[in-house]
Design a protein around this ligand. Structure first.
Ligand code: ADP
Length: 387
């Protein structure tokens, strides 16, 4: 008998579970706000409601055996009543609870003895100057909740901008030191119901305006750095008793230190390369973990890979057929198009992964430039590739 899996959220992360679900005999039922959301087309059934609508999740629970998340912006308090009544959430809600507020997440990581940037929660009761006096500018201001793709994250150069940004946004904020990183890294880690752990190769991620633009797998880092990242992932997964896949974003500093930026308790953009470049994708691994199946190998089956996000650059209802065909003609490329009906600047519309072999002549930089030149209008093509 097939497992019926409820997914809170019906965006591209749920959509990318389709092939693995079919392979594993898992039926997907999504809770998502709109009929136009990507995963509606691949789900056996859908409930159209916002992800934080716990009454809709109660209905979802009647239709499935297990509920998982592709979007963590849920109402944990309300869901915990359902969990008490026997609804099976994986990861379980206690594993999500310390992660949903960026300040609480930082405290959790720090209390575990893991390396994080210097941070504090801004209090409306205290004078702003006195709260940040130990940090020095620039600082990074982050909305504690509901931030994603750089929304709610501000790099702040001076006090005037800080005061203005805090006043203009009615949110609770975390403020932290600006880390002058040499690389941003990420890792996808999975833990099964039995506590078995599988970790994907660490990747380098490159963001522009706080949004992920490219991912290079594997990251060029030392063995020690790689082992340190793996140890961080183990400690976190075990301490949370986490079941499923999560992404960890990290900074590498000039003196070789690793700091954790954030944990995303779900499949993650930095792991999309795994669909085409690894023995098992992060999406299959997540389904395996939450459905109580054994995990399988995460290793790369090529020497390296590059993933480029296809970000919206205009407001349009175009489906970009011509560009997609040109992209698909790149050797060793696979285009994943999420089928969104509207494009907006910055919106993730799809991604492309290109597998590289040591001898195929083209470097990562050339491939990224080729992809961007096909996808973006000239003015939006990134001209200065980081070292
Ligand atoms: P989101 O949750 O919206 O993705 P992040 O906290 O991951 O926000 O921040 C987005 C990007 O902003 C990061 O990938 C990084 O490039 C930059 N950033 C975030 N925090 C810092 C920091 N403390 N120092 C330097 N850059 C940062």
């Amino acid at each position: 008998m097939s497992i019926k899996l409820g997914i809170i959220g019906g965006g591209q992360l749920a959509w990318m579970m389709a092939d693995a679900a079919r392979k594993l005999g898992v039926e997907l039922i999504v809770q998502t706000p709109s009929q136009n959301d990507p995963a509606v087309s691949i789900a056996q059934d859908s409930i159209f409601a916002p992800v934080d609508d716990a009454a809709a999740t109660e209905l979802l629970a009647t239709k499935c055996d297990i509920i998982t998340f592709e979007n963590e912006f849920v109402n944990l308090g309300a869901l915990s009543l359902l969990e008490k009544q026997g609804v099976c959430f994986r990861p379980q809600l206690a594993a999500l609870a310390p992660l949903l507020d960026k300040y609480e997440q930082r405290c959790y990581l720090r209390d575990l003895g893991l390396p994080v940037p210097q941070f504090l929660a801004l209090s409306a009761e205290k004078k702003l100057e006195s709260q940040i006096e130990n940090l020095g500018f620039p600082v990074v201001l982050k909305a504690r909740r509901h931030g994603y793709d750089g929304q709610g994250t501000f790099i702040i150069p001076d006090f005037t901008t800080l005061a203005k940004t805090v006043n203009q946004n009615h949110a609770q904020f975390l403020v932290e030191e600006f880390v002058p990183f040499t690389k941003e890294l990420a890792i996808i880690a999975a833990r099964s119901v039995n506590g078995e752990i599988v970790i994907y190769p660490a990747v380098e991620t490159i963001q522009k305006e706080q949004v992920c633009r490219w991912v290079i797998a594997p990251a060029i880092i030392t063995k020690e750095q790689s082992s340190e990242i793996v140890a961080i992932a183990h400690k976190l997964l075990n301490s949370l008793q986490y079941v499923g896949v999560f992404g960890i974003e990290l900074f590498l500093t000039a003196d070789g230190n690793i700091l954790i930026n954030e944990i995303a308790p779900r499949t993650h953009n930095s792991g999309h390369f795994s669909l085409d470049a690894c023995e098992t994708s992060q999406f299959e691994q997540h389904l395996r973990a939450v459905c109580g199946l054994p995990l399988t190998k995460a290793a790369l089956h090529c020497s390296s890979a590059v993933m480029v996000n296809l970000l919206g650059y205009e407001s349009s209802d175009c489906d970009y057929q011509k560009q997609r065909q040109q992209l698909a003609a790149i050797p060793q490329a696979t285009v994943h198009w999420y089928g969104k009906t509207e494009s907006r600047p910055g919106r993730k519309l799809g991604h492309i992964t290109v597998l590289l072999e040591a001898d195929n002549g083209k470097g990562v930089k050339d491939i990224i430039h080729e992809i961007e030149s096909i996808w973006y209008p000239l003015a939006k093509v990134c001209q200065n590739f980081p070292k």
